[in-house]
Design a binder for this molecule. Structure first.
Ligand SMILES: Nc1ncnc2c1ncn2[C@@H]1O[C@H](COP(=O)(O)OP(=O)(O)OP(=O)(O)O)[C@@H](O)[C@H]1O
Length: 634
């Protein structure tokens, strides 16, 4: 026996070990899902065999009569799930059943809280997969042969789920995989026809292959074929009139593993010169990694004539709809199509357009109905949908109409652009917004003073993606979108020009602040604050600069502009200040405060603290100067 074939003991990746422990603990009360996971893997393996058989001559014929066999032996305490699917080579076994290849696993593990209920929900979303067998089994054995390898190249994998697994070469006539679980005593109650039928029908009824249930020794003795317990006809291919809400909901769960009901769904059979079926679901909760994994779109499955081809990627579902779940089945794409050809296929382009249209229809309907479902959707997927405004020029306005924001007049994130326009003040023809790090910063921003004074609503954008959103959405239904922090507001046509003394004061401040600041102007937007940072309409906002820097990008230094409120007591006092050193300190404070109110960062925070301390000491009757030691300790 060559060394590669020798039996050996290997250790699981640390992450597998960690996940196993957490999972067994958190999912103990939800133990039945292990069967769903094993059946789903067996069904995937059958799908893969059918797909490979399209192009691999040596697999022809093997893809007939595929099924998943579930056998139980109450006496021996074992449960077996067997498929004649694609199987695994030795390397694949090591990769698949010893590691977790999935990206985001680390973040996922870190996000677990230790609270069983919460963790169970999270783990459910993560997709517990094969390892869930250890929730009920003290020992798991996997015998498998890849369909395109000889019988002598089969492998047996065994483990008790405690850090190690054994691997040994075996002979196996049939292609595919047999997984045998030795159940722990407390789970042996699962080994009955009634229980297993119930579980299979509950979780896996709509698997597109027959699931056959048999009891060891029984069917052979009676010479009967094992009973098929699921409804294996592809649900999406059936007429809508035949299907109930429960059917759709059950199918959703068997497709996604998500036990929460979907918010809504759309089912269409498109006839005519090009035929396809489309079943799309809007889930009610986001998978934990949706925001991290922009490229992962496992949600919509593409079938050609009932043969699973692939998880629909960019060709079919745009990124900003990556939360959609469902199935597309085309009767008119050639079965032997390669993924590369698929990219440019005109029918697929058409299907993509339909997926977009139907998805947006679903979301629009939900928005019209409002209520809890809409709230849920918006909380879970609102941020992702915003990517559509940036990425899909054609649908920009339609997607924008579905976005909701907080505003200076409303606390919850419920203001849409249409509602904003309906509530515009008389004479207002601009949609005003303010971007900020948080709602609190936005609400307290000095920029809102001018708007409050005039009763004009300002949308408060605090999502990370909002800066990009407004960089792409300049106009909505003929109304310009403009930042409340921009240099020129033009709120009143009769706005008074600042007087000469205000201009002189602005000039003095500019001189003192020098290169730190772009322009210093006297303006009329502020009522309560002495100053604020304003941005050039064409320049990058402070927010955007900060985000790009955090993302490790080089951002050219641009100087912020400062607008002062010459009527404010501080500025009036400064105008009378003849001590130039003191005027300099006050100008610096004014500027730093304006930056802070914006959520900006100070170049010299210690200097700021020293200046404030000096003022405090002064106010408290001290000498008005802090010592160098104070400055150092600050
Ligand atoms: N019955 C099987 N036949 C062939 N390969 C299998 C079988 N069961 C598992 N595998 C392989 O092991 C891999 C890991 O399975 P696991 O169930 O842990 O995760 P998954 O199915 O990829 O993801 P998820 O469970 O989140 O959908 C699968 O991707 C597949 O390649």
């Amino acid at each position: 026996m060559s060394e590669a074939n020798a039996p050996e003991t290997r250790r699981f990746d640390t992450e597998v070990h960690q996940l196993l422990k957490l999972m067994i603990n958190a999912l103990y009360s939800n133990r039945e899902i292990f069967l769903r996971e094993l059946i789903s893997n067996a069904s995937d393996a059958c799908d893969k065999l059918r797909f490979e058989a399209l192009t691999n001559e040596s697999l022809k014929g093997l893809d007939q009569d595929l099924a998943v066999d579930v056998r139980f032996d109450a006496e021996a305490g074992t449960l077996t799930v067997c498929d004649r699917g694609i199987g695994m080579s030795r390397e694949e076994v090591i990769d698949n059943l010893g590691t977790i290849a999935r990206s985001g696993t680390k973040q996922f593990l870190e996000s677990l809280s230790g609270d069983k209920q919460k963790d169970a929900a999270l783990i459910g979303q993560f997709g517990v997969g094969f390892y869930s067998a250890f929730i009920v089994a003290s020992e798991v054995s996997v015998e498998t042969r890849r369909a395109d390898e000889p019988a002598a190249k089969a492998v047996r994998w065994t483990s008790s789920g405690e850090g190690e697994y054994q691997l040994e070469p075996i002979e196996r006539e049939a292609q595919g995989t047999t997984i045998t679980l030795t159940l722990r005593d407390e789970h042996k109650d699962l080994l009955s026809e009634w229980q297993l039928k119930r579980i299979i029908r509950h979780y896996s009824n709509h698997i597109a292959f027959p699931i056959r249930l048999s009891e060891a020794g029984k069917d052979e003795a009676k010479d009967e074929a094992p009973e098929t317990v699921n409804d294996s006809k592809a649900l999406w291919a059936r007429a809508k009139s035949e299907l109930s809400d429960e059917d759709y909901q059950e199918f959703y769960t068997s497709l996604t593993g998500d036990e929460e009901k979907p918010l809504s769904w759309a089912h269409h059979h498109v006839e005519g010169s090009q035929r396809y079926s489309l079943l799309l679901y809007l889930p009610s909760q986001a998978p934990f990694d949706m925001l991290i994994n922009r490229d992962e779109r496992e949600g919509v499955k593409l079938y050609i004539q009932r043969v699973f081809i692939m998880d629909a990627a960019e060709q079919v579902v745009p990124r900003y709809l990556r939360f959609m779940r469902g199935v597309i089945d085309s009767a008119d794409l050639p079965l032997n199509i390669s993924r590369e050809i698929l990219q440019d296929d005109p029918l697929l382009k058409k299907i993509r357009a339909t997926v977009i249209k139907r998805s947006l229809d679903l979301i629009e309907r939900l928005a019209e109905e409002g209520g809890e479902a809409w709230e849920k959707f918006h909380t879970a997927f609102g941020s992702v949908l915003k990517e559509g405004v940036i990425e899909d020029f054609e649908q920009r306005e339609r997607i924008a109409s579905l976005l909701r924001f907080a505003s200076s007049k409303s606390d919850d994130e419920g203001v849409g652009l249409d509602a904003y326009i309906d509530n515009m003040a008389e004479g207002q023809d601009t949609i005003w917004y303010l971007t900020a790090d948080s709602l609190k910063v936005a609400k307290n921003s000095p920029h809102l003073e001018a708007f409050r004074k005039r009763g004009i609503e300002v949308l408060l954008l605090t999502d990370r993606i909002d800066e990009w959103l407004v960089a792409h959405l300049h106009e909505y239904k003929g109304k310009q979108l403009k930042s409340a922090a921009s240099g020129k507001l033009d709120l009143d046509t009769d706005e008074a020009e600042p007087d000469e003394s205000a201009k002189t004061l602005a000039g003095r401040i500019k001189q003192v602040l020098g290169e730190q600041v772009g322009n210093v102007t006297a303006g009329s937007r502020l009522t309560d604050s002495p100053g604020c940072i304003v941005s050039d309409d064409n320049a990058m906002s402070l927010q955007m600069q900060k985000m790009l820097r955090q993302a490790g990008q080089d951002v050219p230094d641009s100087k912020p502009d400062l607008e002062i409120n010459a009527g404010h007591p501080l500025l009036q006092a400064m105008a009378d200040e003849t001590d130039e050193a003191r005027f300099g300190e006050l100008s610096q404070l004014l500027f730093d405060q304006a930056l802070l109110a914006e959520g900006g960062e100070l170049a010299d925070p210690a200097g700021y603290v020293r200046r404030v301390n000096a003022l405090l000491v002064n106010a408290l009757g001290g000498k008005g100067e802090s010592s160098e030691d104070d400055a150092a300790s600050a």
